[in-house]
Design a protein around this ligand. Structure first.
Ligand SMILES: O=C(O)CCC(=O)C(=O)O
Length: 302
């Protein structure tokens, strides 16, 4: 659904001002939306998953490991597709207030696409290069939204999501480097003019939601604190927004309409989108590609 049609429906959770801000800036933090009951259930599911990772020696389709991961001291970068590994994550993705927040920006009919639980372990948790999401999973319009839940408080030291406000209105950048490798990274000379002034550090207390439009430039710094940063990210779209490439984090839940009705016709935005590699041949996640550039990235200041 295109933005002018979404605006015909009143928001249920956000104020109209908050929704206008999201559409203007491409990013927004909503404080204290998710209650303690959900946080307790999700943390318990997360702890079970971390325990399960103790036996894992190499990154695989489920776990992306950080350097130094071992049985006695598990260190994860990501639990891919948490909805496929513990029922609590799908209950949350399909039944919580997060779905109503998605409806405020996608319109009354909301479809689930994929999920991931990104960690930043204390005194580690690597940075995430500047990038845009939609080139990894193009849709027929730009309604897709990534909604992050801070499962614990996330302050400046912990590597919060960081976005360049207004960058979703600019032309999409390429996620390939000059040699044609998919790197999911934007070089500094390709960043928008004045990006430093437009940088928003999306900190939030536990239970806060961080919304990212699928075109907005974003990333995050490493975790310099002694506290963990668990960030649960679910991606939704309008029900009539159709993905047209292989879903890199496909599960049985992809395409489920979690609110409203299934679409009878697709929504199309005339602005085209760069295509990703063919993920049906395997998806390794962004860090493998980004790590080549880690030394450059470490010098960059967000
Ligand atoms: O975990 C983070 O800080 C960034 C995650 C992100 O940008 C992504 O998964 O696309």
């Amino acid at each position: 659904m295109l933005q002018h049609d979404v605006l015909k429906h009143d928001p249920q959770i956000m104020t109209k001002t908050q929704r206008e801000q999201f559409f203007e800036e491409g990013c927004l933090v909503l404080e204290g939306i998710i209650d303690e009951m959900w946080l307790t259930r999700l943390r318990s599911a997360m702890d079970e998953m971390i325990d399960a990772s103790r036996q894992v020696r190499e990154s695989d389709v489920q776990f992306v490991l950080e350097d130094g991961h071992c049985e006695s001291d598990p260190r994860l970068r990501r639990l891919s597709s948490p909805v496929a590994h513990h029922p609590t994550f799908w209950d949350f993705a399909s039944q919580s207030k997060m779905v109503d927040v998605a409806a405020d920006v996608c319109g009354p009919d909301v479809k689930f696409h994929h999920s991931k639980l990104n960690f930043k372990w204390p005194k580690g948790g690597q940075l995430f290069d500047w990038h845009q999401d939609i080139q990894a999973w193009p849709h027929t319009d730009y309604s897709p939204v990534t909604i992050g839940l801070y499962m614990d408080d996330c302050n400046l030291e912990q590597g919060p999501l960081t976005a360049i406000k207004g960058s979703h209105l600019e032309p999409l950048r390429s996620m390939y480097d000059k040699q044609g490798n998919w790197v999911l990274r934007i070089e500094e000379d390709d960043m928008p003019t004045n990006w430093r002034e437009d940088t928003i550090k999306m900190t939030g207390s536990a239970g806060s939601l961080a919304l990212l439009n699928c075109r907005v430039i974003h990333g995050s710094e490493r975790n310099a604190s002694d506290k963990m940063r668990p960030l649960l990210l679910n991606v939704y779209s309008s029900a009539d927004s159709m993905p047209y490439t292989f879903n890199p984090l496909a599960t049985e839940f992809a395409g489920t309409v979690v609110k409203g009705q299934a679409a009878k016709q697709a929504s199309h935005d005339p602005r085209g989108c760069e295509l990703p590699p063919d993920w049906s041949k395997g998806y390794v996640g962004p860090w493998k590609h980004q790590s080549t550039y880690q030394s450059n990235s470490e010098r960059r200041s967000m």
